[in-house]
Design a protein around this ligand. Structure first.
Ligand code: FES
Length: 145
């Protein structure tokens, strides 16, 4: 019989790590939903950040076995790492670890994209917070004058 999936893919597929979701509006959460136009598969990854470290992470993927395995593995690789370290996670490393065939490369790309965008989303939130804070500060100074 032909083996379509490497055993590591099957392991993550049968026993996915970190499935779930966080409150998107929570200030310490970054969220990304990415899709592959070619196959219509969708992947959502969320990170929870404290002191620049991904303290928790979860995913939901509606897609093929490789996409599920890629996102599951990516969440494992993110946990406990700094944001900069997470940005270094490459789809080629995911694909290599899971022995994905060329036609399944885009599944691992989804995972890399989702992590990057979740980090971006988190950073954007912090920027907005800081802007808000300095505006508040401004109003306070104006009022006290
Ligand atoms: Fe498209 Fe796997 S076939 S994400």
């Amino acid at each position: 019989t032909k083996r379509y999936y490497h055993e590591r893919v099957l392991d993550h597929y049968n026993n996915p790590r970190n499935i779930g979701s966080f409150d998107k509006k929570s200030l310490d959460v970054g969220t990304a939903t990415v899709g592959a136009p070619a196959c219509g598969d969708v992947m959502k990854i969320q990170i929870k950040v404290k002191d620049n470290i991904v303290v928790d992470v979860c995913f939901k993927t509606f897609g093929c076995g490789s996409a599920i395995a890629s996102s599951s593995l990516a969440t494992e690789w993110c946990k406990g790492k700094t944001l900069d370290q997470c940005l270094e996670i490459k789809n080629s490393d995911i694909a290599k670890h899971l022995s994905l065939p060329p036609v399944k490369m885009h599944c691992s790309m989804l995972a890399e994209q989702a992590i990057k965008r979740a980090i971006y989303d988190y950073k954007l939130k912090q920027d907005k917070l800081n802007e808000g804070a300095s505006k508040d500060g401004l109003i306070e100074t104006q009022l006290s004058m």
